[in-house]
Design a protein. Structure first.
Length: 104
């Protein structure tokens, strides 16, 4: 599977499947982290990465640190672009050279 790596926190597979892994640096004093997609909490983890499914279209992601004192402010927003549309109109416009190979 090919992947598109968006520097620092996201690995996005190039497929119709919108399963992505978000990763971040550990926050001092955080016991766990909560991932928000479009402002809605979608998962919690004690690790510094989490894999989730995201909706089609442009998606905003944030993470917070959590400990006994409460939850931190949200991280900066990471914008995940929509997956590209399926190419259409695929055709041969010009054949420049042909090669025919035969078994020996």
């Amino acid at each position: 599977m090919k992947t598109l790596v968006i520097f620092l926190v996201l690995i996005l597979p190039l497929a119709a499947d919108r399963t992505v892994t978000f990763a971040w640096d550990a926050a001092e004093d955080a016991d766990s982290y909560t991932l928000y997609i479009n402002g809605v909490p979608v998962g919690s983890t004690t690790a510094t990465e989490i894999t989730v499914q995201i909706p089609d279209g442009r998606t905003n992601a944030n993470v917070t640190g959590v400990n006994i004192a409460g939850e931190s402010e949200m991280s900066d927003t990471l914008v995940v672009p929509p997956a590209p549309k399926t190419p259409r109109g695929f055709r041969i416009s010009k054949i420049i050279r042909t090669t025919i190979s035969t078994p020996r």
